[in-house]
Ligand binder design. Structure first.
Ligand SMILES: CCCCCCCCCCCCC[C@H](O)CC(=O)SCCNC(=O)CCNC(=O)[C@H](O)C(C)(C)COP(=O)(O)OP(=O)(O)OC[C@H]1O[C@@H](n2cnc3c(N)ncnc32)[C@H](O)[C@@H]1OP(=O)(O)O
Ligand SMILES: NC(=O)c1ccc[n+]([C@@H]2O[C@H](COP(=O)([O-])OP(=O)(O)OC[C@H]3O[C@@H](n4cnc5c(N)ncnc54)[C@H](O)[C@@H]3O)[C@@H](O)[C@H]2O)c1
Length: 362
């Protein structure tokens, strides 16, 4: 045998083949994976079920080469501003959606909101073809059903996505309950703004099939989705969530399960500082919150100022975020409660959704 390691009996250049294998293994594992998948599929037909081996071996080489779980049927829990928005974009991209909330009235309001938002979308997209626009709206609405029974909705779903109140215990209770009812393949995800995904997932026995999908408000307009994987999230689950976000026409970014992920890590201190600036009266003109909003829109190019944005997000949600972070890290001055925010929430002034927050909307 010479340097090339030619196998004398089979006539195969083992050294070169080995080098080639190593090259593809490190630089293009998909090619090895796909070739092996082909070979193993033939073997599979010959020798019985090799699917398990094929699947797991290839995942070890490169998860991207293996098709991730397909998400077609989606249950969205929480028909508020986020849940309704997510239901809309999922239905508009051909997914069948069940929207769940605690009572029929909320669900009716949610569907009405979806219809209104679709009209705004269609006005632009189908400007020259109003009939096609109306047809599109009806088709999207047909993809949305509603329910007050999260358990039975989850039974037929590939994905259960939660967008309920920002409270860890309530989210854990919900997922703990659904974990017993949903099929094994069903992926669970949370749209939480501020809670650790791993804490929410800890109430289930499917932490490998649990991740975060953080959408932005208003969902039909905002292009970003933060896809969050915990240390227990499987690659297959993460890929499925990432692909699902793309199917919705969004741009996903991958995030670790760290406080605030990317956007809120930066946005929360900004909004907090704006509220404190206002509370301290450091703006010299009257109507200082208006001035701060104008300044950030015209000076920093933000589409909304911090007070407009807070009202848009919901002051109740903002308070849930702040209280949660402050309870975890009470000595951190960043999380000192805001008297003004607490007062507005205590008065039921949650922002745009209740007609008043920092500003009046009626
Ligand atoms: C001291 C203690 C303090 C405590 C602090 C705690 C801080 C916590 C804060 C964290 C909050 C986190 C929340 C969450 O996790 C993350 C978020 O979602 S953050 C929010 C992100 N969103 C934004 O930043 C929105 C910014 N705004 C905009 O982009 C725009 O203003 C707008 C909403 C798109 C609206 O645009 P405008 O031009 O202003 O207004 P128009 O009404 O003319 O709309 C333009 C265009 O868009 C269409 N459109 C708007 N909304 C919808 C909709 N819902 N559906 C369909 N279409 C919509 C509209 O029809 C217009 O279309 P056109 O007429 O142009 O054809
Ligand atoms: N508002 C935002 O800008 C924004 C943006 C991104 C993420 N989020 C997150 O999305 C989630 C929802 O926020 P939102 O603004 O849509 O809130 P929202 O108050 O508009 O809606 C929450 C909905 O959940 C329902 N609900 C509460 N408990 C429920 C339960 N156990 N089962 C079924 N339904 C239940 C409520 O009835 C309500 O309709 C929160 O976790 C929030 O942090 C909010």
């Amino acid at each position: 045998m010479g340097r090339s390691g030619m196998n004398a009996t089979a006539g195969v250049p083992i050294f070169e083949v080995g080098l080639l294998f190593l090259f593809f293994y490190f630089y293009a594992p998909e090619i090895i994976c796909l070739s092996l998948t082909g070979v193993l599929q033939v073997a599979n037909r010959q020798m019985g079920s090799m699917a398990f081996f094929t699947h797991h071996f290839c995942r070890g080489l490169s998860s991207s080469a293996v098709r991730s779980a397909v998400i077609k049927h989606v249950t969205i829990i929480g028909g508020g501003q986020m849940g309704a928005g997510i239901a809309q974009v999922a239905a508009a991209t051909g997914h069948s959606v069940t929207l769940v909330d605690t009572c029929e009235d909320i669900l009716k309001k949610a569907v009405k909101g979806i219809e209104g938002s679709l009209k705004r979308v269609v006005k632009k997209k189908y400007a020259d073809k109003p009939e096609a626009g109306e047809e599109f709206i009806q088709k999207v609405l047909q993809n949305v059903s509603t329910s007050t029974d999260a358990g039975s909705a989850a039974q037929g779903s590939d994905l259960v996505l939660e967008a309920i109140v920002e409270n860890l215990k309530i989210k854990q209770d919900l997922f703990g309950h659904l974990d017993k009812l949903a099929p094994a393949h069903t992926i669970f995800a949370s749209n939480t703004s501020s809670l650790p995904i791993s804490d929410i997932a800890s109430s289930t026995d499917r932490q490998d099939r649990f991740g975060g999908l953080h959408f932005f408000n208003p969902v039909p307009m905002m292009k970003l989705v933060e896809v969050i994987g915990t240390s227990a999230t499987s690659q297959e689950t993460f890929d499925a969530l990432f692909n699902f976000s793309k199917e919705l026409g969004k741009t996903p970014v991958s995030c670790k399960d760290t406080p605030g992920f990317i956007v809120n890590r930066l946005l929360v201190p900004y909004i907090m500082e704006a509220i404190r600036l206002h509370e301290r009266g450091e703006c010299f003109c009257h109507g200082s919150k208006e001035d701060i909003d104008i300044a950030m829109k015209l000076g920093a190019g933000y589409p909304m100022g911090p007070f407009e944005l807070s009202d848009y997000v919901g002051l109740d949600t903002m308070k849930f975020i702040m209280d949660g972070w402050s309870a975890k890290d009470p000595d951190n001055l960043l999380f000192t409660p805001s008297e003004l925010l607490n007062k507005l929430v205590a008065e039921g002034k949650y922002g745009k959704k209740t007609g008043e927050g920092f500003y009046k909307y009626k």
